[in-house]
Design a protein around this ligand. Structure first.
Ligand SMILES: NC(=O)c1ccc[n+]([C@@H]2O[C@H](COP(=O)([O-])OP(=O)(O)OC[C@H]3O[C@@H](n4cnc5c(N)ncnc54)[C@H](O)[C@@H]3O)[C@@H](O)[C@H]2O)c1
Length: 420
């Protein structure tokens, strides 16, 4: 495909890195978003996502990238990619308002010959049953005849230094062969390996299988962590041993629960649709949720046990939480299990303190807390230190030796730290 013009709808964690990849490979990129303040920020050369620096935004602008709220750019685009949020509504059902809104905007401005791609994570059938009719009704054009339509899930691993857009294979499932081919031709301009799929539903479900796989396997080690502790078996040593098997095993490690925009949310899209269409539960997802959601309470119980050994109650103790984002070395706090850990400690009367190099003020339900100014001083002062994210910048060995007691939920800190 000759490099022409692409509009990327949604300039968040997914849409902005995609805009960067397309810009760098020679596309004229319009970054369309509904949030005016974000558009202004990007056009002034400032980034709002971890994986892109301000200088990289400036580089994009120099190469012709423009952020905009003006949907008229869609009409002059050869390709339109939708990267809008797919959160959960109250009660845990999928909230597709942004996908519907973006589809309407695209449909209102769609011209014949365009290739439209949905990247948002969603339940099987969304591209064909929800996006397609909205596009067709709003544009008066027919998918498969007048324009191409495909689904291609985003697989970005925020903060990864190994895998990015270029070297992560990209699944592409069109409503017909021409749509698959056209979307693959777009991605081939900056992705090493586009992977054509037989249809949109298969591509949508593949993404959900990937995330459910992680969710379930994290739950498996979390559940084993609890009973291994009671059986006086070192789970970390168990995992280290099992990980030496060169085939048929993949390493997952225990932790304080699952966070981020994907793992705690996406599997719900699949279980919701299975229940909705077939009337029965997707049991693996429901069980994984139950186990992973129980981990913050388990962490707090372990803190309580450790303090007890020092003849202290949680009530009135100073407890320092290290790393409150959902993943090490990124600033994203969405769905971070650090929040329920803090709320449970507060409920039990603890004086909760926190440190995170990427968070200045932490917004908890019960009020905001400010980051401890001096990390070492606060480690010395705290009755217990809990490592929730082992950010690279932490010298966990040094901190562990200064602490009264350190519980490490990530298995990163050397002794005297105690692992979950
Ligand atoms: N963040 C990740 O690591 C990740 C990884 C893989 C897949 N995904 C999926 O990608 C999708 C996008 O996620 P994200 O993390 O980039 O979300 P985000 O919240 O970071 O960004 C979404 C952007 O879309 C904009 N937006 C909302 N409605 C719009 C509309 N109607 N028109 C134009 N812009 C609109 C918002 O203002 C926001 O800037 C979701 O479905 C998510 O599940 C995310």
């Amino acid at each position: 495909m000759a490099h022409q013009t692409v509009t990327i709808v949604g300039q968040g964690y997914v849409g902005l890195p995609l805009a960067q990849a397309a810009t760098r490979s020679g596309w004229k990129v319009h970054g369309l978003d509904v949030t005016e303040s974000l558009v202004d920020m990007l056009n002034s050369g400032r980034s709002h996502v971890d994986d892109l620096s301000d200088s990289e935004i400036q580089e994009m602008l120099d190469l012709g990238y423009v952020a905009t709220t003006d949907s008229a750019v869609i009409a002059e685009s050869d390709v339109v990619v939708m990267c809008v949020p797919t959160p959960l509504a109250e009660g845990g059902s999928p909230d597709l308002a942004a996908v519907k809104g973006a589809s309407r905007t695209v449909g209102d401005n769609l011209t014949a010959g365009t290739t439209v791609i949905l990247e948002s994570t969603t339940y099987p059938g969304t591209t064909d049953n929800l996006v397609r009719p909205i596009l067709e009704l709003a544009s008066g054009l027919a998918a498969g005849e007048d324009f191409n339509l495909a689904y291609s899930p985003e697989r970005v691993d925020p903060g990864s230094k190994t895998f990015g857009i270029k070297n992560t294979p990209k699944l592409i499932g069109g409503i017909d062969d021409a749509s698959t081919q056209s979307a693959a031709a777009f991605y081939r301009t900056f992705v090493d390996k586009p992977v054509p799929m037989t249809g949109t539903r298969e591509a949508e479900t593949a993404k959900l299988l990937e995330n459910t796989f992680r969710h379930v396997n994290i739950a498996l080690v979390n559940e084993m962590t609890k009973f291994c502790k009671e059986l006086d078996i070192d789970i970390w040593e168990v995992i280290r041993g099992a990980s030496t098997k060169p085939f048929g095993f993949m390493k997952f490690t225990p932790g304080p629960g699952v966070g981020g925009h994907c793992i705690p949310i996406d599997p719900n899209y699949l279980s919701y649709e299975v229940r909705n269409q077939l009337g029965y539960p997707f049991r693996f997802v429901e069980l994984a949720q139950e186990i992973n959601n129980s981990m913050p309470r388990y962490v707090v119980d372990r803190v309580s046990e450790l303090l007890n050994e020092h003849r202290k109650p949680i009530n009135g103790s100073d407890i320092l939480l290290l790393g409150v984002t959902y993943k090490a070395d990124i600033a994203d706090q969405r769905e971070s299990p650090a929040k329920p850990v803090a709320e449970l400690l507060l409920e039990r009367g603890a004086n909760v303190m926190f440190h995170d190099p990427m968070v200045d003020v932490w917004n908890l339900e019960s009020g905001d807390i400010t980051r401890e100014a001096d990390l070492e001083d606060s480690v010395v002062k705290a009755d217990a230190v809990v490592v929730l994210q082992a950010h690279d910048t932490y010298d966990l060995g040094g901190l562990a030796s200064k602490s009264k007691v350190m519980l490490d939920t990530r298995g990163s800190a050397p002794k005297p730290a105690i692992w979950l």
